[in-house]
Write a protein that binds this ligand. Structure first.
Ligand SMILES: [Zn+2]
Length: 545
């Protein structure tokens, strides 16, 4: 059965036939793209004209997101900026710490006498001046119920005294780099980095094992994907316990499930060998809609949380250097074993010292185990300088940069974290492209909202929330940005032979748009209205899923 869709314009990302008016689909794949009279040569078909007034482009590929964006909407949204939930409802941002506390108090009242913990997400104290949030702030919400809030970065919790008590941390003598102490010798209620966060996570609704297996969260995430034109999305740090894999296989295999999910096994709490063995076993269970077999490694923390590792001269405001999440010996072991086994590894580095460490480790691993086309990718890699991009190129690496930071934290980076000069070359998309490093760009949802066209707008305009342009020489063109959120991301996932462009033989994955991103203008790229998606030939309207 062949369906031919007509469209106002189809942007293909295939230079040999860059645009067209019709695309023929059979068995979930693209039979051909071109004028109608060419496509009718494939034989009997149905002509579907519902997109005749719309623009199609390849289904958008989110190369760095987390399915937990779907889960977190069950918790209180406490971010600084307005944000749309999976139903399309927009939640207002919180303007101050006091407002955050008020919202938590309202949440506490709703829970009544139930002993349940109270969870929130999206907090970022950097917007509220120099003061840190402490357990005393959240003790105003409750002293009997555990209260815990994840920072927007995902790298820090703030909790109340009760949560510390349940985790056994409300005592003097705690000695851990991720658990800062107050003048009274007790933890302040801030928990930084995976070790410290794991200690308290299960008491405040953020247990990684439990969250990995959240079926309603996965469904909500998929609804957000359709709203944003996304047909393939990563879940970039999942522990992937067996029950979660079984759930994800079942749900993604349903005829009405609209997104291909590519989870990466988080490298934490196991040896490099165990991690590689785990994902090799998982790879056998891969399906067309659930792609298993990759590893995610964390080298450092976040810049706006001051837990990223920076080279000299360090943080602009004099904050001490950040945290190492994984020791170099483990990184090098993991790289070597993964290269041997042909396993794809994506590594989180935010600070340039972390990037340098990853480059050194991969260089060492490649000397021991030379490999071609490994596509190891640096994720975020926000502070990389030109020399580091040249090393990436020499080592055969890809990069997935994080332009959404320009809008959400650009002013803070300029004024507080790294200062003007480095802020103006953060997420150096133009340098990556001119150096020839294969590049994707991402949202890291739930860190910032899922939405590749918004991310593309950020890369094109480099505009901060206050309207500052952060380094115009690193702006890229609209056409390059669109390629980056389709084929570019697909390449870093080793899926570019299958998705990322509209051409014969590839999966019939399209973003269906009301406006033409090439015509609307660079300034308004983020305002392109999205009708929905076609995924594997199946049509999904935003809001109907
Ligand atoms: Zn992430």
């Amino acid at each position: 059965m062949t369906t031919i869709f007509s469209a106002r314009r189809i942007l293909t990302m295939n230079p040999s036939r860059s645009e067209a008016t019709h695309v023929a689909v059979r068995d979930g794949r693209i039979l051909g793209v071109g004028p109608l009279d060419e496509l009718t040569g494939w034989g009997p078909h149905t002509l579907d004209t519902r997109f005749a007034g719309k623009v199609l482009m390849p289904g958008l590929v989110e190369g760095h997101s987390h399915v937990s964006e779907g889960t977190f909407w069950r918790y209180l949204y406490l971010g600084r900026f307005d944000r749309m939930d999976p139903d399309g409802k927009v939640w207002p941002g919180a303007a101050s710490v006091e407002e955050v506390v008020e919202r938590l108090q309202a949440g506490d009242a709703k829970l009544g006498s139930s002993p349940e913990s109270l969870s929130g997400w999206g907090l970022d104290p950097i917007y509220y001046g120099a003061r840190r949030v402490t357990r005393q702030d959240f003790d105003k919400v409750s002293t009997t119920r555990a209260v815990g809030v994840m920072h927007a970065s995902g790298h820090i919790f703030n909790v109340n005294s009760r949560a510390l008590e349940l985790a056994g941390l409300l005592r003097p003598g705690v000695n851990h780099p991720g658990v800062p102490l107050g003048a009274d010798g007790l933890p302040t209620g801030e928990l930084k980095g995976p070790d410290a966060m794991t200690l308290v996570g299960k008491h405040i609704g953020f247990d990684r094992e439990v969250l990995a297996n959240d079926e309603p969260g996965l469904r909500q995430f998929a609804r957000l994907c359709v709203r944003q034109g996304v047909t393939t999305a990563t879940d970039l740090a999942n522990l992937l316990p067996d029950d979660a894999v079984a759930m994800m296989t079942r749900v993604t295999g349903e005829p009405g499930f609209p997104v291909r999910i590519m989870p990466f096994r988080r490298f934490q709490g196991i040896t490099a060998r165990q991690a590689v063995e785990h994902v090799l076993a998982l790879r056998e269970k891969s399906t067309a809609m659930l792609r298993l077999g990759q590893i995610k490694l964390f080298v450092d923390g976040s810049i706006q949380g001051f837990s990223a590792r920076l080279r000299w001269p360090g943080y602009y405001n004099g904050a001490p250097n950040g945290l190492w999440y994984t020791p170099p010996e483990s990184i090098r072991d993991l790289y070597r074993l993964a290269l041997e086994a042909g396993v794809l590894v994506h590594s989180h580095t935010n600070g340039d010292q972390a990037t340098e460490m990853a480059l050194d480790c991969l260089e060492g691993a490649l000397l021991e185990k030379p490999a071609r086309d490994h596509r190891f990718t640096l994720q975020h890699c926000q502070l990389a300088d030109a020399a580091q991009f040249r090393r990436m190129k020499a080592l055969g690496m890809c990069v997935n940069l994080f332009p959404n930071h320009h809008f959400y934290w650009g002013d803070q980076h300029y004024e507080t974290t790294v200062g003007p000069e480095r802020a103006m070359r953060m997420n150096a998309c133009a340098t990556a492209l001119s150096t020839g490093v294969p590049m994707a760009i991402h949202s890291d949802a739930p860190v910032t909202p899922l939405g590749p066209l918004f991310t593309a707008w950020c890369a094109v305009n480099r505009r901060t929330a206050s309207g500052r342009t952060l380094g115009s020489t690193e702006c890229i063109g609209v056409a390059d940005a669109l390629r980056t959120i389709t084929l570019g991301a697909a390449y870093t996932l080793r899926l570019d032979g299958e998705i990322g462009s509209v051409e014969a033989g590839k999966r019939a994955d399209f973003a269906v748009l009301e406006d033409d991103p090439l015509e609307i203008g660079a300034e308004r790229l983020k305002d392109v209205r999205i009708w929905g998606t076609v995924q594997g030939g199946r049509v999904f309207a935003a809001g109907d899923v």
